[in-house]
Design a protein around this ligand. Sequence first.
Ligand code: G4P
Length: 543
Amino acid sequence: MSTLTLPEEAARRRTFAIIAHPDAGKTTLTEHILLAGGAIRAAGAVRARGENRRTRSDWMKIEKERGISVSASVMTFEHDGKMFNLLDTPGHEDFSEDTYRTLTAADCAIMVLDAAKGIEPQTLKLFEVCRLRDIPIITFINKLDREAQDPMALLDDIASRLQLDPAPIWWPAESGNRLRGMVEVGTGRFQPYTRKIAGAAEDPGHPDALPLDQAAQYFEAGEQDALAEAVELVEGGYPAFDRQSFLEGHLTPVLWGSALRHFGIDELLKAIGDWAPAPKVMKAKKESPPETRNAPAPVDTTVEPGSNEVTGFVFKVQANMDPNHRDRIAMFRMASGAFKRGMKLKVQNTGKSLSVNAPIMFFASDRELADDAFAGDVIGIPNHGVLRVGDSLSESGVVRFAGLPNFAPEILQRVRVKDPLKAKHLKKALEGLAEEGVTQLFRPEIGADFIVGAVGQLQFEVMADRLGEEYGLDVIFEPSPYAEARWVGGADTDVEDFSGKYRPQMARDIDQAPVFLAKSSWETGYVSERFPKIAFTKTKERG
Ligand code: G4P
C-alpha cells in the first residue's frame, strides 16, 4: 500500500513511447530499457514474450508470418522511485492508427535514430504526430557500435528537418571499431565503452565513468586531446539543455549509445526519469451523457492529475488476446485519481456503468491484476464491447476528454462477402472492427456497399484474417473509386447544401458523422475552394 499522497503518486509517473523507423532498434532498446530498469533479467525477453503471445493468439497469424508485431501494448516497471509506463508502438512501415492513438496516451516520446541513417521517413511521420500533440521528445542515437555518420551532421539534420534545437547531453568518442565511449557535455565525465569479445556469450559491463583527463588508458595517441577539443566546440556551438524549452517542444536532449551493447541505456533511463514530464493537467468538459433529459450545458474544466476523482480515456481496444475468450481489453489511460480494484466507473457518452473487477496492469514480467493505479498509468479493462476507443470514463460519468483523433485513411477499398447470405454478418463484423479502431468504416448514402479505410495496407490483411478467423467470413477487397476521405464540418445548412450536391460521394462513418469520399486529391482541393464555408478535415476528434 502506498504511503505517498495522490499528487506525489501522479508526479512520479513517467508514461512514454518509443518512436522509430523500422530497424532503428526500437525492440532492442525496449528490452534494454527494461533491463536497465530491473524489470527483466535477460535480454531476449521482449521477443520471447512476443513469441509466447503469438502462439497463444492464432488470429494474429500475420504477426507470425510476417515477423512483425501488429498490436501495441504497455509495459510498467518501477525504478529509482519512479513508475515507468512504456507504451509499445508498432513500428512497421504499414503502421495503423493504433500507433498514432498510442501516442495520445504518452506524455513523452523517445525518438530513436540509427546513427548511420539519421532521420528516416517514418521517424518524420511519427515526429509530426508528437509535434501536433505537443509531446516532448528525447532523442537517442543508436548503433554507435557500428560506423556512424558524423555526429554534427546528425544534429544539424535534427535542427533543420525537425525544426528542433538539439542539445547534446553526451558526445560520442568515435563509432564502430573505434568507439571509445562518450563524454558528458558540461561536466567532462567520460563513460568508457567495452567491446564484446568475438565469440563471448555475454556482453561485458562498461567501466565506471571518470574525468576525461584521467581516462588516457582508453585512448590511442592523440585521440583524447582531439575529443576534448571537439567537446569544447560542442559546448560552444549547441544550446545547453533547458527543461522548459524541452517541455514546450522547442528542444530535444540528445543521448547516444548502442542498445544491443547496453551502452548509454542507464543514462537514457535517467534522462527519462529526471526530465520527462509527469502526467499533465488535462482539458476536459463536464458533460452529461447525450441521452440525459434536461442536462445542463457542457462546461469547460481541467483535470488535475492529483485530484481525487478517477478519470481517463480509452486509447486502444485490444481484442481476443486469448482466442478462447471473446474478450476485449480496453486500454485505459488514467488522467487523475486513485483507482482501486472493484471500482465502478461510468462511460460518459453512453452513461453506462461498469465495475472494474479484473483490471490488468501490464507489468513487464507478465500480466498481473492491478490493485491500484494513478494518473499516468494504463490499465487494461476487460469488457464485452462496452468500451470503445475515445471513450471517457470517470466516477461521476460526466467528464469528457476530447482529442483522440481519427485520421483520414490513406487507402479506401470496397469490401464484399463471397456468400451473399452473410451480408448481415459482414455489417456487424465490420462495425466491430471499426469500433476497435482496426480500420474505419464508411457507409455510402447511396448503395449497399461498405467502404473500408485504413492508413496502411497491412490493416486490410489483419482485417481479412480476423473476418475469417473470428467471424467465419470469406471476404473480397476491391479497389474503390475513392482516393481520399474527408470529414465534413460546418453549419448544418451549409453541410446539407454540400451533401445534396455531392450525394453519390457522401457517406457516414461509424458515429454517423458525414464524410466526403473524393476521387482524387485534386477533387478535395476543388470542393474546398468551391465550398469555403465547409471544413474538409483529415482528422476527426472523437470522445
Ligand atoms: P525495430 O524494433 O526498430 O525494428 O528494430 P530492432 O530492435 O528489431 O533492431 C533491428 C536490427 O538492428 C536488429 O538486427 C538488431 O539486433 C539491430 N540493432 C539494434 N540495436 C543495435 C545496436 O545498438 N547496434 C547494432 N549493431 N545493432 C543493433 P537484426 O539482425 O535485424 O535482428 P537480430 O537477428 O539481431 O534479432
